[in-house]
Design a protein around this ligand. Structure first.
Ligand SMILES: Cc1cc2nc3c(=O)[nH]c(=O)nc-3n(C[C@H](O)[C@H](O)[C@H](O)COP(=O)(O)OP(=O)(O)OC[C@H]3O[C@@H](n4cnc5c(N)ncnc54)[C@H](O)[C@@H]3O)c2cc1C
Length: 506
């Protein structure tokens, strides 16, 4: 066993989960529902991680995610609905009929409506010469989605499930096998040649995958580009944080436990097998299986000795790099800043060349347009964020850091003012978060949003599943298949819990 402990807790658990992000909580609730004895250890004060919240002066701000997929009522890809159902909890959601209002270079102003035909018509009106290509490209995304949405989504590491699902849905399975190694860019170029439209497809990918179409797996795009018109985008009443709160309620109903302010510092090993964890306060817990909801970099470089990093992880780190983190601005504004008809989610970019740059693309979310209870009367929340690397924020004195934060915030607000005139006048509250904030509060190396391909890879083939080369240790969350996003990490949670349940004979 590694190191020394100051206190040993002897309680045995079936499964310990490090972290209560959405990936960790879905794994925990699924396993508790199957009868496993589960303990979740969360370093922060509340659950949710990147899908958490914080409150200031009457505003309830979402930390990160706010465009929520997975709350549909039909099919099999509505994984958040299913995760809540599994532990007998539910929450009210508010449909968002426009996924994104794009404000792009050359006056490309476009809304992605929930109604598929309406979206296709609006896009075609901007690029009439690409009418056929637009329809063919997005229809092909539906083919991917229809395959996924035909089957129960569980662990691809479980051979009996794979056999069962293949016999039940042979064509859907073959369809997925075909798309698994493909990226969006190659498929888009088969149908579309207008360079500006291809830039738009790049942005359609970048705004959730943080890489352009050439590096974005077709499986993920099939989900996003179709589910927004199928299950749609739905915002949880009370804010995104309620999803995690409800899952915890469900976990506890089924006998699971969660402990906050419990930072895991080490995964304990015995004969090369993961057998427990040690907390910062020295307390140790043991379990038959250990799951890390921390990123792979945090898991294999910090919770385990980096000197013994498995070869497989070294290879993975060569294929995938850390995406940038974000500069986030949480604003409270007077309601008159937003004219009637303003949409909840916006993407802003002034020059195509800047799409992937430090503080290039701007993301905006105004959840109070859907749920006014999140802000004081006659006020709105504007959460805006833009990709930013840790290196931009290091090596400063406290004073310099504060100054840089203020400067960056003003610049962001000035850019937003062009879309929301009167914003500066109407500001009521402002809080700035940097990559350092993301690292500190979310425990994510460099504050990263997650892994991105370091070069063009064959679709999703390189993303690891939940088992690791260390017996007894599993990973869940956005550094496992199929990647970032709440519904995606919920998928990872379903898969991880399924594999563990089979391993434990539950
Ligand atoms: C600004 C921003 C905007 C986003 N917008 C969207 C969106 O609109 N829609 C969408 O679907 N997705 C969005 N995402 C992505 C989405 O939020 C994430 O992909 C997802 O929430 C990640 O979940 P996770 O379970 O993998 O990890 P995390 O949310 O990172 O959770 C990991 C948890 O583990 C805890 N932890 C880490 N290390 C330890 C340790 N050693 N001991 C104990 N606990 C530990 C952390 O405190 C945290 O609670 C956004 C993300 C960000 C940052």
């Amino acid at each position: 066993m590694t190191g020394k402990s100051t206190a040993i807790a002897t309680n045995d658990y079936d499964v310990i989960i490090i972290g209560s992000g959405m990936g960790g909580l879905v794994t925990a609730t699924q396993l508790a529902a199957k009868g496993a004895k589960v303990l979740v250890l969360e370093k922060y004060l509340i659950p949710g991680g990147s899908a958490g919240y914080f409150e200031r002066e009457g505003y309830r701000f979402d930390v990160g995610a706010s465009m929520i997929f997975g709350f549909g009522t039909e099919g099999t890809t509505n994984l958040l609905t299913r995760a809540l159902d599994a532990v007998n909890v539910s929450l009210e959601t508010i449909p968002d009929l426009v996924q994104i209002h794009y404000h792009l270079p050359n006056n490309l102003d476009l809304k992605v409506h929930k109604n598929y035909d309406k979206f296709i018509d609006k896009l075609t009106a901007k690029f009439p010469h690409e009418k056929v290509g637009i329809r063919r490209f997005y229809d092909e995304c539906w083919q991917v989605f229809n395959c996924l949405n035909a089957m129960e989504l569980l662990s691809l590491e479980e051979p009996r499930y794979l056999m069962r699902v293949f016999f039940q849905h042979p064509f859907a399975c073959l369809g997925l096998v075909k798309y698994l190694p493909q990226n969006v860019g190659d498929i888009a170029r088969r149908y579309i040649s207008d360079p500006e439209l291809l830039k738009f497809i790049d942005m359609e990918c970048y705004c959730w995958s943080v890489v352009p179409a050439d590096k974005t797996p077709m499986i993920n795009a099939g989900m996003v580009f179709s589910d927004r018109h199928y299950g749609g985008i739905n915002y949880p009443k009370g804010g995104v944080g309620t999803i995690a709160e409800k899952l915890v309620e469900g976990l506890e109903k089924f006998g699971g436990k969660i402990e906050y302010k419990s930072r895991v510092t080490n995964i304990l090993m015995e004969k090369d097998r993961a057998i427990g964890v040690r907390l910062a306060n020295g307390k140790e817990y043991r379990a038959k299986r250990i799951v890390s909801n921390a990123t792979r970099w945090d898991t294999f470089e910090k919770l385990l000795p980096s000197s013994r990093m498995p070869k497989k992880e070294i290879k993975w780190q060569q294929r995938y790099e850390k995406s940038p983190s974000f500069l986030s601005l949480h604003l409270g504004v007077k309601s008159e800043v937003l004219p009637t008809g303003t949409e909840c989610h916006h993407i802003l970019l002034e020059k195509w060349e800047a799409m992937e740059d430090e503080q290039g693309t701007i993301f905006v979310s105004i959840p109070t347009l859907l749920d006014p209870s999140l802000a004081p009367k006659d006020h709105h929340i504007i959460h805006t964020f833009t990709p930013s690397y840790m290196k931009e924020w290091q090596g400063f004195s406290d004073q310099e850091y504060q100054h840089k934060k203020e400067e960056a915030a003003s610049h962001l607000v000035e850019r937003l003012e062009k879309v929301f005139p009167g914003l500066i006048e109407g500001l009521d509250y402002q809080e700035v978060g940097t990559p350092r904030t993301h690292r500190r509060f979310l425990g994510r190396d460099q504050g990263t949003y997650g892994p991105i391909p370091s070069r063009k890879l064959p679709g999703l083939l390189g993303m690891p599943f939940n088992r690791t080369v260390i017996p007894g240790l599993y990973c869940v969350g956005d550094s496992t298949f199929p990647g970032q996003g709440l519904n995606a990490v919920a998928f990872s949670g379903f898969a991880c819990s399924h594999r563990i349940a089979v391993d434990l004979g539950l």
